[in-house]
Ligand binder design. Structure first.
Ligand SMILES: C[S@@+](CC[C@H](N)C(=O)[O-])C[C@H]1O[C@@H](n2cnc3c(N)ncnc32)[C@H](O)[C@@H]1O
Length: 274
């Protein structure tokens, strides 16, 4: 592990590596995320969703996938970081065809002050809402998201947990041309605050250390469900991941249930109907 927070040296892979590109490869799977959102909305509403608002959109990758799905899909992504939005505009939106580009917008806006038309679907993915560290702040955000929906709109968030999630650990995942490290650096059980980093290591042993940092609170599923109800959602349902019978691992299919397993590490969706 690269202990010192050294900047990568010229000539190494890390020196020119683009952190957003590796984040996308290591962390995101927007195709399956959009499948889940699309299918769940249709199952609950008996029609297809059209207008998606992506809160904490980062590079807008999910919004791009949304507008590619159907000719009448539209998307707006909100993020506060202009550098990240610019990367998305340059690398993701520019790769769409002109007609798709007309149906997407990434804007620099605080999710707490969103000025966007009512949406069929609002997403807050990759646990971004965990940056709100108090019940009041998180409830206020959930209420804002609810306000931003059409009357039959649906808000989707993901959540993670399991006993491995409350520990200070560094977990390595190997990819063809790099290693991805999820680093739970510090956890305070008294406040449930957690400091996490993402690092990348390349074939030449160079590191992109602290490529991303998250300073957030580890919310539990009961807390999240209670706050979502307090924020006014009429129905709040956890979708748990099914199990592949051969491998015993998650199979990528999520189903509504009130009964989970004592899995050391799980990811769920919470589906919130306005
Ligand atoms: C964990 S990233 C999420 C990226 C993306 N949603 C994904 O699924 O991978 C969190 C993003 O939230 C943005 N952000 C933080 N606070 C925000 C706020 N109040 N309003 C809008 N965006 C915010 C950050 O700039 C950052 O790009």
């Amino acid at each position: 592990m690269a202990k010192k927070n050294k900047a990568p040296k010229p000539g190494t892979i890390a020196y020119t590596a683009d952190r957003h590109e590796y984040y996308e490869k290591a962390v995101q799977c927007v195709e399956s995320e959009v499948d889940m959102v699309d299918e769940t909305y249709e199952a609950l509403r008996g029609k297809k969703a059209r207008f998606l608002r992506e809160d904490f959109c980062g590079t807008g990758n999910t919004s791009c996938e949304w507008v590619k799905r159907r000719k009448n899909n539209t998307a707006i992504g909100l993020d506060l970081d202009q550098e990240v939005l610019n990367w998305g505009i340059k690398n993701k939106i520019s790769a769409l065809n002109p007609e798709q580009q007309d149906r997407i917008d990434l804007i620099n806006q605080d999710v707490m002050n969103a000025e966007v038309d009512p949406a069929d679907v609002i997403l807050a993915m990759n646990f971004s809402y965990q940056l709100f560290k108090t019940r009041d702040a998180l409830r206020a955000y959930f209420a804002q998201a609810r306000e931003g929906l059409k009357d039959d709109g649906i808000f989707f968030i993901d959540a993670y947990g399991g006993h491995e999630s409350w520990r200070q650990i560094r977990e390595k995942t190997k990819f063809d041309d790099f290693d991805y490290f999820w680093h739970q650096k510090r956890y305070n059980p008294i406040t449930a605050e957690m400091l996490c980093h993402i690092h990348f290591r390349f074939k030449d042993k160079s590191w992109l250390h602290k490529a991303f940092t998250y300073d957030w609170r580890m919310w539990t599923l009961p807390e999240l469900q209670e706050l979502l109800v307090e924020a006014g959602f009429s129905k709040v349902q956890v979708y748990w991941e099914g199990t592949d019978e051969e491998t015993g691992e998650g199979n990528g299919d999520y189903y509504p249930t009130d009964l989970g397993d004592d899995d050391p590490s799980w990811i769920v969706y919470i589906v919130c109907e306005k």
